[in-house]
Design a protein. Structure first.
Length: 141
């Protein structure tokens, strides 16, 4: 019906649970300084593979250097390019076992699974950086 694109490691009939195991191994091999949480979710009409970045290497910056980003808690965090690149790389690894035959123009979605990569804010490195930036703001004021 529609032309499908296949990930480089796609195997027909492979269960999402097995895919998650393989993705964990690949993430560990290709991004060894990061820690990830790889979870699956099954729901009516599909399944998803969710990759959470839990920890980053020492010295890795979560947010831009501008401390004014921390002035108010309701302001959204501004991620660094390095963090966005890490997030995209993790998602690309997660998509290696996927296929996509979707036709968005006709609102037709046909994928093996949906893949999401995100940052988990409970990281100790993130909290330490946030406290450091807030202390800087108090001193600067």
């Amino acid at each position: 019906m529609y032309e499908r694109s296949y990930g480089i490691n796609y195997q027909a009939g492979m269960d999402i649970k097995d895919i998650a195991k393989e993705v964990r191994k690949m993430l560990k091999a290709e991004m060894p300084d990061f820690k990830f949480a790889v979870r699956i979710e099954r729901f009516a009409g599909g399944q998803s593979l969710n990759i959470g970045i839990k920890e980053v290497p020492a010295g890795f910056r979560f947010v831009r250097e501008n401390p004014k980003d921390f002035e108010r808690d309701y302001r959204p965090m501004v991620w660094t390019e390095e963090l966005r690149d890490a997030q995209e790389k993790a998602r690309a690894i997660g998509l290696r076992f996927n296929y996509d035959g979707s036709e968005i123009q006709f609102d037709y979605f046909d994928v093996n699974y949906y893949c999401h990569a995100f940052v988990e804010f409970q990281s100790p490195a993130y909290e330490a950086q946030r406290e450091q930036e807030q202390a800087f703001m108090k001193v600067a004021a």
